[in-house]
Design a protein around this ligand. Structure first.
Ligand code: TYD
Length: 134
């Protein structure tokens, strides 16, 4: 599947670097929620779900990790290792996060508040949804 990476402008000066995320400048939805994943234990993978309506942008603001995206037809893995690169993850895309570096902080910008009933946590249910929505 096509990977959509957002180049976030990095502003460098003699003091260091700054990256901003702002709707609509570089984030393609109204931002409702931000969360971050860190302290990954024993390189345990995370994710293994899709969202019915949620759009997200994932940015590895420190360290690196890999994210596998699956639209039901094709799977593509991407490495996130740059705090100025955002991965746009649209609704109804299955995601798996793995290969976290020890210092990894994966920040996620989300279009909706947390709603457990927006999750599809069973891969065969995800495939069924995809089949019934063609
Ligand atoms: P989960 O979405 O399963 O994490 P991951 O996508 O990394 O596998 O969330 C883990 C737990 O945190 C789960 O109990 C739900 C809770 N949670 C919230 O309460 N609010 C949130 O915004 C998120 C993302 C998770």
């Amino acid at each position: 599947m096509k990977i959509e990476l957002i180049n976030l402008k990095q502003i460098n000066d003699q003091r260091g670097s700054l990256v901003f995320m702002e709707e609509p400048t570089n984030i393609p939805f109204k931002i409702k929620r931000i969360y971050y994943i860190f302290n990954n234990q024993n390189n345990k993978p995370r994710g293994f779900h899709a969202h019915k309506k949620l759009n997200q942008v994932a940015v590895c603001i420190q360290g690196s990790c890999r994210i596998l995206l699956d639209d039901g037809n094709n799977k593509t893995a991407v490495i996130l290792d740059n705090p100025a690169k955002g991965l746009f993850i649209k609704e109804m895309v299955w995601r798996e996060m793995y290969d976290f570096s020890e210092n990894c902080i994966l920040m996620v910008i989300a279009s909706r508040v947390y709603e457990e009933n927006d999750y599809i946590r069973d891969y065969s249910v995800f495939k069924d949804y995809k089949r019934s929505n063609i």
